[in-house]
Ligand binder design. Structure first.
Ligand code: 5AD
Ligand code: SF4
Length: 472
């Protein structure tokens, strides 16, 4: 009988839920939503192995850093965190306690064995396609340091445990669901096609099963995620390849799921079926994250985006014709190699033409192994910083204007957690804006809220009665 079985017998129930687990795991995630989803799946696997989750690194027998490689700053964070982990491991060793250290995620995939060389504190390096093998890797790590950065032929998702309803609901009323992984677009600045591999889509039936399980546990909002989510082409129950639009129609019929979102999309994959889904499905929230990256055609071409600035404007027009109130969001990169002042002006012009409700913007960061890192015309840091500040000022003004535009309107708000102050609850509007609401309300409810004020980061509102969806 293993230690976990013994603990389970003592408690008479799964170790995790009884709070009498013998081992503790600290999992820290960096970067995108895909990593948040993966980190949750790793804690599900660890729960089966008898680990309880802790937010305290110094009491953890197992430390997992789920890393991001997208920009240099993100990748370097892991090494500074490993410095702290090293000190903790040493202190714990003096007290006679072992600590196993795992580096997972995209830095693990990209750097592999190099991490073991740079950071002797690390015991296991595991890529995003192999973390379902964590139990075997941890067992092996008792004897030697381990690296697993394969792209295995077995389906990772098939091997992941199904978490209990209590565990799912314990994480909140909104959940991520991975439907697609990897990317075949090869934008010249991006590491994703190398770290996450080729594009693959999960079958519709598997996704629907996971969505039903989430709904039964009390989840009200599902965000479908993938590096290139609208390139989705998973096998449908009829054997045909289904598009994201078709999948959304199917999932909208699951009882209990009031809200659907998806991210991140590529402009080239915004097909008619997806745009029509925005027109037809009340559950599909009026929010679209559609990265454009830059406004100048010359730069878009060098980025291998395979769309122009005007093509992006036309897509936005079509989406707005289908769903006039849709809130648009984007990613931008400033200072891509060869970007001139005139090119950057095209980005500002595109932002003014489109109007964004929110956005993420970054200085170009050369990533080893990507074509852009080798290009002539690398832009000096000071120029990048100056352009980023100007772009962010414009985007911030647009965000504030969008938020102010909702004052006086009544919006359906999904209540997610207790608010900042006692007597407040916090939720999200259909446009993904954080909303603070006074009064007694149940988490998971969707309530109609009259927006009375727009703060710097949140909207403030008062209850306006039952929400349209819940009242129906
Ligand atoms: N430098 C700066 N930003 C990058 N992104 C991806 N690669 C880089 C890079 N090398 C940004 C893109 C992408 C977002 C997730 O990160 O804008 O859409
Ligand atoms: Fe990277 Fe997105 Fe381009 Fe794919 S589409 S290469 S994930 S930026």
């Amino acid at each position: 009988m293993g230690l976990n079985d013994a603990a389970r017998r003592l408690c008479g129930a799964p170790v995790f839920e009884q709070g009498c687990a013998v081992k503790k795991a600290f999992v820290k995630s960096y970067g995108c939503q895909m990593n948040v989803y993966d980190a949750e799946r790793m804690t599900d696997i660890l729960a089966e192995q008898g680990y309880a989750e802790t937010t305290q690194a110094d009491e953890a027998d197992l430390v997992i850093l789920n890393t991001c490689h997208i920009r240099e700053k993100a990748a370097e964070k892991v090494y500074s965190e490993l410095g702290r982990v090293k000190a903790t491991k040493k202190e714990r060793a003096l007290a006679g306690r072992d600590t196993t250290v795992v580096v997972a995620g995209c830095v693990a995939q990209a750097e592999g064995r190099e991490i073991l060389r740079r950071a002797p504190v690390v015991d296991v390096v595991v890529g995003p396609q192999s973390y379902h093998r964590l139990p075997e890797l941890l067992a092996k790590a008792r004897r030697e340091r381990v690296v697993d950065t394969d792209f295995p032929v077995d389906d990772k998702f098939e091997r992941l445990p199904a978490p209990s309803g209590a565990r799912i609901r314990g994480r909140g009323v909104a959940a991520f669901l991975t439907i697609q992984e990897g990317c075949d677009k090869f934008c010249t600045f991006c590491v994703v096609p190398y770290t996450r591999g080729a594009e693959t889509s999960r079958p519709v039936a598997k996704i629907a099963e996971e969505a039903r399980r989430l709904a039964e546990a009390g989840i009200r909002e599902i965000t479908l995620i993938g590096q290139n989510v609208n390139a989705y082409h998973g096998e449908g129950p009829d054997g045909a390849g289904w598009t994201l639009g078709r999948l959304l129609r199917h999932l909208a019929e699951i009882p209990g799921i009031a809200r659907l979102r998806y991210t991140t999309s590529h402009p080239r994959d915004m097909d008619e079926e997806l745009i029509a889904a925005h027109r037809d499905l009340p559950a599909l929230m009026p929010y679209l994250h559609l990265p454009v990256q830059a406004g100048a055609d010359r730069i878009l071409d060098a980025m291998n985006r395979r769309h122009t600035g005007d093509a992006y404007r036309r897509i936005v027009e079509r989406v707005r014709a289908a769903r006039p109130d849709i809130a648009l969001s984007s990613d931008f990169i400033v200072g891509f190699p060869g970007e001139t002042d005139a090119d950057f002006d095209c980005t500002l012009r595109l932002v003014r033409d489109v109007g964004f409700a929110s956005a993420f913007s970054f200085k170009y960061s050369p990533r080893p192994g990507t074509p852009a890192a080798e290009m002539d015309g690398q832009v000096p840091e000071a120029v990048k910083a100056e352009r980023l500040a100007r772009l962010q000022e414009l985007l911030e003004a647009q965000r504030q204007a969008f938020n102010r535009g909702t004052v006086g309107r009544t919006l359906d708000v999904l209540l997610e957690k207790p608010g900042r102050h006692p007597g407040q609850v916090a939720g999200k509007s259909p446009y993904l804006q954080p909303v603070q609401l006074e009064g007694e309300h149940r988490i998971g409810e969707i309530v109609a809220v009259r927006i009375v004020r727009a703060g710097a980061n949140s909207l403030f509102g008062e209850s306006a009665g039952a929400a349209a969806l819940d009242a129906a």
